[in-house]
Design a protein around this ligand. Structure first.
Ligand code: NOJ
Ligand code: MG
Length: 536
């Protein structure tokens, strides 16, 4: 058992990850879309927040059918975001600040405009034909099987030129690469090496659990729990399209490439139940360092559900597997909208006191909410293809709110998505100097987490409670820290089974309580959370 000395832990175990959706962070050239020079301008802000790891969603050349998750050149920068010189400068400026850069790697599919796909589709005997997944039509001329696209409709697109179908788990503009082909593996590993050589500190791998599909192309079974309000993709269980056993060999190979370089990080985007998720740590932890854990994004905001999930996750982690927690991202409704502005503070306290690397989605630190998008403003292809089911991802992708000036200091041009109406109140500039703001609260939590080994790397143990309360203890050799959160909208009292006689409040969602001593009965107001040091 390792002791709780920060120097014995890796940087990615100790630091906090901050996700930037580059189209929406800061637009420097005035085209209404965020860019790399814009991010460079804001690095001091991120650093002053106490965050050292920045993950940027895709910045590569792309026709933007899925806003960059359709890559047409894996080793270049989209001119809209800047030049390779801008990228080199960004990386340099990040490293100068003792920070790290994580790039988004999108290996499951390329853009249909990628030259590999252009070659692949040109003829059946093209050397790159097998780089993608081509199949003959079913006997009736229809798609080869019942596999559906995440973005609606069949996952198979007919290509008249060669009279075969190609597979696309997402848009038809995003054909899936054939990861069973060793040439594809090598080409993609060389992409990783290209960026690693430049000094990039790691990757977040897009849809890691999708990489391998059933070799026999068997039909997916119907989902017995499907209801009409869900996406048509959910009509079937993804038994043969995702999480195939052979995917773990690919992940292990990817990790070996990462390990050719010193101290780099492999994060996997994986939406799976915990038992399957933890498999992505790989045999003897030779898989992803951090298979993203999305439980706080997916679960109902209920103390009992979340308590069960934390403990189940803790119990399921393989020996040596490091946990992680995500509260929001560019694919899901923002936390302040899901749980309300007041409860979002409790959520922040939870994220930053659980054991494991936290990931913060840009804007959540100032309490940004989903922005309503009028039908004629919709950009997201998911909403365009499957309208009216609440699947639009534009609301959580709106521009960062920097100040009270026009367009919140995001752009001098016309922002690609609308801004939140109340940006004049809710912005970085206003919140930075306000005692009671969400931003000040986040900063306090980050400072506390980063200076207390008990919170940063310490052990976790549950303190079982009832009702809307969630409580646990984080501990190092020296310290025990008690966290108690009220996930509800009414006052709660905890008066039994407190595992200490006295504790001093270090941080609170309601800042007046800092320094107060907790005794046998703890009263919590609605939406209140406390972090307290147990007196030994
Ligand atoms: C997951 C990404 O987070 C999402 O934004 C994208 O649409 C799909 N993968 C397809 O790449
Ligand atoms: Mg721009």
């Amino acid at each position: 058992m390792k002791d709780f000395k920060p120097e014995n832990y890796k940087w990615w175990q100790k630091e906090i990850v901050y996700q930037i959706y580059p189209r929406s962070y800061r637009d420097k050239d005035g085209d209404g879309i965020g860019d790399l020079p814009g991010i460079i301008e804001k690095l001091d802000y991120i650093k002053d927040l106490g965050i050292k790891v920045v993950w940027i969603s895709p910045i590569y050349p792309s026709p933007m059918a899925d806003f960059g998750y359709d890559v047409s050149d894996y080793t270049a920068i989209h001119p809209m975001f800047g030049t390779m010189q801008d990228f080199d400068k960004l990386l340099d400026e990040i490293h100068k600040r003792d920070m790290r850069l994580i790039l988004d790697f999108v290996p499951n599919h390329s853009s249909n405009e990628h030259k590999w796909f252009q070659e692949s589709r040109s003829s059946k005997d093209n050397p790159k034909r097998d780089w993608y997944i081509w199949k003959d039509p079913a006997p009736d001329g229809g798609p080869p099987n019942n596999w559906g696209s995440v973005f609606g409709g069949s996952a198979w697109e007919y290509d008249e030129n060669t009279e075969q179908y190609y597979y696309h788990a997402f848009l038809k503009e995003q054909p899936d690469l054939n990861w069973r082909n060793p040439e594809v593996q090598e080409a993609m590993f060389n992409v990783l090496r290209f960026w690693l050589e430049k000094g990039v500190d790691g990757f977040r791998v897009d849809v890691m659990w999708h990489l391998i599909k059933d070799a026999q192309f068997r039909d997916n079974p119907p989902n017995p729990d499907y209801t009409e309000d869900k996406s048509p993709y959910d009509k079937h269980l993804q038994a043969f399209t995702t999480d195939q056993p052979e995917v773990h060999d690919i992940v292990e190979k990817m990790r070996s490439v990462i390990d050719e370089y010193d101290a780099r990080l492999l994060i996997g985007e994986i939406y799976l139940p915990v038992e399957q998720l933890v498999e992505y740590y790989g045999k003897d932890n030779r898989g992803a360092h951090l298979p993203f854990n999305f439980q706080l994004v997916l679960l109902p905001w209920d103390a009992r559900e979340i308590e069960a999930a934390i403990n189940k996750y803790e119990g399921a982690l393989p020996p040596g597997g490091w946990p992680n927690w995500v509260l929001g991202n560019h694919d899901n409704s923002r936390i302040a909208t899901r749980v309300g502005a007041k409860q979002a503070r409790v959520a922040a306290m939870l994220l930053l006191t659980l054991r494991g690397t936290p990931t913060i989605y840009y804007g959540d630190e100032i309490g940004m909410e989903d922005v309503p998008i009028a039908p004629d403003q919709v950009q997201d292809p998911q909403e365009k293809n499957i309208p009216g089911k609440g699947l639009n991802r534009d609301p959580e992708r709106t521009p960062m709110q920097w100040d009270s000036s026009e367009n919140a200091g995001f752009t001098n041009g016309k922002p690609w998505l609308p801004l939140m109406k109340n940006y004049k109140e809710l912005n970085v500039e206003k919140e930075w100097n306000s005692e009671e703001s969400m931003l000040t609260f986040y900063r306090k939590l980050i400072v506390l987490r980063q200076k207390e080994p008990a919170l940063q790397i310490g052990k976790y143990r549950p303190v079982l409670t009832e009702g809307n309360l969630l409580a646990y203890i984080r501990s190092s050799e020296e310290k025990e820290i008690f966290i108690i959160l009220n996930l509800g909208n009414s006052g709660e009292i905890m008066d039994t089974d407190i595992p200490f006689s006295e504790a001093v409040i270090l941080a609170s969602t309601h800042s007046l309580r800092e320094g107060e001593k907790l005794k046998s009965t703890i009263k919590l107001q609605s939406n209140e959370g406390l972090i307290a040091e147990i007196e030994k």
